[in-house]
Design a protein around this ligand. Structure first.
Ligand SMILES: [Zn+2]
Ligand SMILES: [Zn+2]
Length: 546
């Protein structure tokens, strides 16, 4: 009897199984794995092996329901679908763990840094979940200065035929360190040459060459006395804002040069903004002091120079190229777009003063056999100051002293000064002394001298000093430009003075290249004289720096 029952049961089971298979394919999976779809026999269910398993006491007719599983992710295990009875909740098929898959590594290539652009390292991420497995790191552009000094130059022996080669900020810092160091005999009068553009990364710059003490001043060994050939390259992106006491008030790419040559160099995107304790602050884009018989030629500067002193009766000298030049200096074929200013907040005894110019702040004496000349230079930046001291300001030079000449220069710099102390403003030179000359120059900016105290105020489109009129020859200004002199405090002894000494020209004349070559005798090989539009920023400029 038991055998018959068993046989009947088996047959039944097979039939029902087949039915289930036919009616619902999806449910075959659990079945294959050994769980039969819900069915009952009296007192038992069919087991995996086809035998009856006793479920004595259960009266449920199981109704299968899928227990939804979940897929494994990269990091979390998943579960297979299970089966339970929706009536009695008996689990008919256990869920099984599906192991986490682990990340699928995908390597994203890096990029090498170039001179001007940062690069980055390669990166590994999971292509499935997107998680970053190995992060990417920035690689700084190779042309940017790290802030430290190299231990050697890129090559050369420092002779004229074999100059020391400088290709990056570290090597330039080595030059500064070598000149400024205690033992600089091997370096101060050597030849140097750039072989690449240098980006100083916006870092604080220690000027090359300074005078550390009176003794060093005499020996001049810590001024730069060599030849620096920019080779057409540019040094950019530096600041001088927290100077060291040891620089004695000389600020620029160079602190001071003497008997030196700096040529074919662009200095751009710099911010020289010094408030020094020294009583004489000399600041310029190329050099603070341009000393005896130095030559600066074919150079370009674009940035900011702001000289301030906290010294009692201090003097400030600021220029786009040099703060101060002295004795037999030549500055030639230089172009500046530098905002030049000077500031002094407190005045004692009426002494001290500011001398600011688009090219040079103060051009001090040469001698009859060693004349200083600023020629073929252009300035287009703003020249301005509103300190509490005497101010002498010009588009090319602040103050032009004996045996210094300016010729073939152009300025569109607006020169704007306010001060309670005496003010002299000129489109080319603020003040011109005896034995000077200003020839073949053009001014197209606006000049303004405003006195806020009871002191003299003078302005001129070429020079702010009419007593040396004879020094100015063949100079021109744009007709209709604004030349303002006024004293806000009325004072009968110091009426505003107009020292206008240039010939007014129509715009059409100043936009004609012929005017510069024929009337002024400028050299076309030096100046860009095509497509001029002086009111639209298309000024005559150095061809080399266009
Ligand atoms: Zn059930
Ligand atoms: Zn993953």
């Amino acid at each position: 009897m038991k055998t018959i029952l068993k046989t009947v049961s088996l047959i039944l089971c097979i039939i029902i199984s087949l039915l289930a298979l036919c009616s619902c394919g999806e449910q075959s999976e659990p079945h294959k794995e050994g769980t039969l779809p819900g069915h009952t026999t009296a007192g038992g269910t069919a087991g995996q092996d086809g035998t009856l398993s006793s479920t004595a006491g259960s009266s449920c007719i199981h109704v299968e329901e899928t227990i939804i599983g979940k897929a494994a992710t990269c990091t979390e295990d998943g579960l297979t679908d299970g089966v339970k009875c929706s009536v009695c909740n008996e689990v008919l098929k256990e869920q099984e763990v599906i192991k986490a898959t682990g990340h699928v590594e995908q390597v994203l290539p890096g990029r090498e840094a170039t001179r001007t652009e940062d690069g980055y390292t390669e990166m590994v991420k999971c292509s499935v979940c997107g998680k970053t497995l190995v992060p990417r790191y920035q690689i700084p552009a190779t042309g940017i200065w790290s802030g430290s000094a190299a231990t050697s130059f890129a090559g050369g022996t420092g002779t004229e035929a074999d100059p020391y080669l400088i290709s990056n900020g570290e090597q330039l810092a080595l030059l500064a360190k070598s000149i400024n160091g205690s033992d600089n005999n091997a370096y101060y009068n050597k030849h140097y040459k750039l072989t690449d553009d240098i980006d100083l990364g916006g870092k604080e710059w220690d000027p090359i060459g300074c005078m550390m003490s009176a003794e060093n001043y005499k020996s001049r060994t810590r001024t730069f006395r060599g030849v620096f050939d920019g080779n057409g390259f540019t040094i950019s992106n530096f600041k001088i804002t927290s100077p060291k006491k040891t620089y004695y008030g000389y600020f620029g790419l160079f602190g001071c040069i003497s008997g030196a040559t700096v040529k074919d160099l662009g200095v751009t995107d710099f911010n020289i903004d010094v408030n020094a304790a020294e009583s004489s602050v000399q600041a310029g884009g190329i050099t603070g002091l341009c000393g005896e018989k130095s030559v600066i030629i074919d150079c370009y500067a674009a940035g900011t120079v702001n000289a301030k002193t906290s010294a009692k009766d201090g003097h400030m000298y600021a220029g786009g190229i040099a703060g101060y030049m002295s004795y037999g200096v030549q500055i030639k074929n230089c172009y500046t777009d530098v905002n030049v200013s000077a500031y002094k907040g407190a005045m004692t005894n009426g002494a001290g003063g500011a001398f600011i110019g688009g090219i040079v702040g103060y051009a001090y004496w040469g001698s009859s056999n060693s004349v200083s000349v600023i020629s073929d230079c252009a300035s287009v930046g703003e020249v301005s100051s509103n300190p509490v001291c005497t101010v002498t300001a010009g588009g090319i030079v602040g103050s032009l002293q004996s045996y210094c000449n300016i010729k073939n220069c152009y300025s569109s710099s607006n020169v704007t000064v306010r001060s309670p102390m005496p003010v002299k403003v000129g489109g080319i030179a603020g003040d011109i002394d005896k034995n000077t000359s200003v020839t073949n120059c053009v001014y197209t900016g606006n000049a303004s001298a405003v006195g806020t105290g009871s002191n003299s105020v003078a302005v001129g489109d070429i020079a702010g000093n009419k007593y040396r009129k004879e020094s100015v020859m063949n100079c021109y200004r744009l007709k209709g430009q604004s030349i303002i002199a006024k004293n806000e405090v009325s004072n009968p002894f110091y009426e505003p003075e107009y020292a206008v000494v240039g010939t007014a020209c129509e715009l059409i004349t100043l936009n004609s290249g012929d005017f510069y070559t024929s009337t002024l005798g400028w050299d076309e090989s030096v100046w860009e004289l095509s497509s001029l539009n002086v009111l639209d920023g298309k000024h005559p400029k150095m061809k080399a720096w266009n």
